[in-house]
Design a binder for this molecule. Structure first.
Ligand SMILES: Cc1cc2nc3c(=O)[nH]c(=O)nc-3n(C[C@H](O)[C@H](O)[C@H](O)COP(=O)(O)O)c2cc1C
Length: 159
């Protein structure tokens, strides 16, 4: 049994990053967790095959954008295509919003976005835990229904 079938539900987020030339990308992640209240830290577990992983190694900045249930289709698209080959912002109809403190953009459709600077990347098995220090946050809406992932294309759409 896959670990994702054993530990669920997990919140779905969109991780935005940029490469050295400043080209942005967005990928879906549900291996995510809060790490510290003050200062605020978040961690997301990312496989080294992801294009996002290359960007994170290069530029060490990311935004973590919380998905609500209306973002399910976008999360599916950003979790099944690679930014190596397609512009997922366009494909998933997501709006890039400039961050205040870093170069990776935020996602305007997300109720909450965190701007993070990578503090460490630690390999464990087939993923790396990427720990990000939150340097800025955007709270667009507080009353939202979060999108939760089970496994593959199974989600939980209510609280
Ligand atoms: C709901 C969902 C959750 C996912 N969670 C993760 C995750 O936590 N970590 C990860 O490395 N990949 C995860 N993926 C897979 C990546 O999003 C997928 O491989 C994506 O195409 C990588 O994009 P990139 O190559 O542009 O970085 C998830 C996919 C979906 C659909």
């Amino acid at each position: 049994m896959r670990i994702s079938q054993q530990i669920w539900p997990r919140p779905v987020v969109l991780v935005c990053s940029v490469n050295r030339e400043g080209k942005p990308n967005v990928m879906t992640a549900s291996f995510v967790m809060p790490v510290s209240f003050e200062p605020k830290y978040l961690a997301v577990s990312i496989a080294p095959q992801r294009y996002t992983f290359e960007n994170l190694k290069e530029t060490k900045e990311l935004t973590i954008n919380v998905c609500d249930v209306s973002m399910k289709k976008a999360a599916e698209i950003c979790g099944t295509h690679s930014g190596r080959y397609v512009d997922k912002f366009e494909l998933a109809n997501l709006t890039k919003e400039p961050s205040r403190k870093i170069s990776a953009p935020c996602i305007r459709e997300a109720p909450i976005s965190f701007e993070c600077v990578v503090d460490g990347m630690y390999r464990h098995g087939d993923h790396y835990i990427v720990v990000g220090e939150v340097v800025e946050e955007h709270i667009r809406r507080k009353d939202f229904v979060p999108l939760s992932h089970v496994t593959e294309d199974r989600y939980i759409m209510n609280l």
